[in-house]
Design a protein around this ligand. Sequence first.
Ligand code: ZN
Ligand code: ZN
Ligand code: ZN
Ligand code: ZN
Length: 594
Amino acid sequence: METPTKTCQSCKQEFAIAAEDFDFYKKMDVPPPTWCPECRWHRRMAWRNERALHRRKSDATGKDIVSIFRPDSLMKVYEHEAFYSDNWDPLSYGADYNFSRPFFAQFRDLMLRVPTIALFDSKSTNTSYCNVVVEHKNCYLSSAAWNNEDCMYMNRTAFNKNCMDLYISGRNQFSYENLYCEDSYRLFYSHTCGSCNDSYFLYDCRGCSDCFGCTGLRNKKYHIFNQPYAKEEYLEKLKEFDLGDWNVVQDVKRRVAELRLKTIHRYADIYQSTNAVGDHIHNARNAYHCFDFLSGAENVKYASWSNGEFKDSYDTGPGTGGNSELLYDGVSVGVQNSRCMFDCVVWYSNDVRYSLNCQSSNNLFGCASMRSKSHCILNKQYSKEEYEALVPKIIEHMNAMPYVDKKDRTYKYGEFFPPEFSPFPYNDTVGLDYMPLTEGEAAALGYNWAPPAARSYRPTVKPENLPAKIGDVPGSITNEVIGCAHGGTCHDECTIAFRITPDELQFYRKMNIPLPRLCFNCRHWDRLRQRNPMRLWERTCQCGGVASERDVYRNSSTHPHHGAEHCPNTFQTTFAPERQEIVYCEECYNAEIV
Ligand SMILES: [Zn+2]
Ligand SMILES: [Zn+2]
Ligand SMILES: [Zn+2]
Ligand SMILES: [Zn+2]
């Protein structure tokens, strides 16, 4: 009988394995994990660079290209056209399996030998500087996304059109600077909203239109700072805010931030779900420790950033789902995948294990950069019968001769790739965004690190000298290099300077949006700081009966379940106990927000 707790190979802390987890491991025919859930997150994140871009030479053509692989990376990096050309064959890099060396060491050799793509993209047209994107059209400087069209500066988004600067948002049109917003049209500067149109600065609103600076509204029209107006009054009042003026936008943002602290917050953004624990989970059943699941999940654990239907999977993402099932311990694995395990960047595939950057394939083991292939091991072609006979022998060999990394951690069959083999320094990966480690912590845990990329831009315009109003911006702005207001002094991967493209300027003018003062990365970190961490705290509802704790919020109704007494309900929330926001349980929240 298996013991329910184990000591993590990496952090040496005890962790529990739930009874139903053993059923899942049995179904997938894998041993139980030897790393705790948090260390497993770290390990996968170390293999996902979403946004850190570097200039380097193409190993195919010698051209100057932009890539997620640094110029000193040992990876062989081809630009999109060269990678997807017929001039080279990944099978020509194949090798026989060597039963006298650990599997992971052989995989690493292959990974460094076979060309990879500068920026991971697939089935996309006319995209520039887009990474880990699938089915994109006319997009610019976006990442971690599925099926966007005419969009710029997006991260973790899907099915949007004509949008800019969105983060974790789906099915929006003509929208700007939102996070966690869905199914909206002309929505700006908003957070956690659904089906809201022609509105600005909303937080936690659903089904609203023509609203401005509001929080916690449902199906409302013509509200400003939560006050109702007649239509004509609303339109008149709105004229007081010149939204094309950068200073006005900053003022309203400050006012809205204060308002948000006076309102109540739902313990989690979980809707239309049963038995779900985590945050930002919609339409899910049995989802545990899941984050950023905006469109469906069933029987999923320890997973993050998913779009589209997703079921029966553990330990996947960031970047997963997309009409997939039976996935385990993979990163950037989604979009019509089935039975894939221990993979990094695998799309449209079945039965692929221990592979990197493969698509539209099935029955691969330890392969790299394969497309439309089947029954291959270490990029060598086998017959179906040979493949089925050899894979069990390799698994047996992986267990008999495991790889041992520089921190003395053992990698048998059932472990994800060692972090020391990652082609990215941890500080170029999403680990920095979601599970930050210091350089010292990274070194102690055996993760790679590199100095920040050198930036040599010379701004031609200082941000403080930009016209405040979009109406005053000359067309020649697209020729300038604008200094980021942070000037590289922040810890936000500041690129020091940025440009405005002609399409971008057109968008700002059409939407009456002032020019940004921050570079793309600093804007991203601004949004990142508005989201809660991917951690859960067990807390008690802060409803005190007639008012919230600290009397920040007066209840508008009597909550039948506890009258004037403090609510006893507990929940798991991403709001840390020391946070200022008032957090209510579902019952108390629903009694207030109708
Ligand atoms: Zn651990
Ligand atoms: Zn910056
Ligand atoms: Zn409550
Ligand atoms: Zn209550």
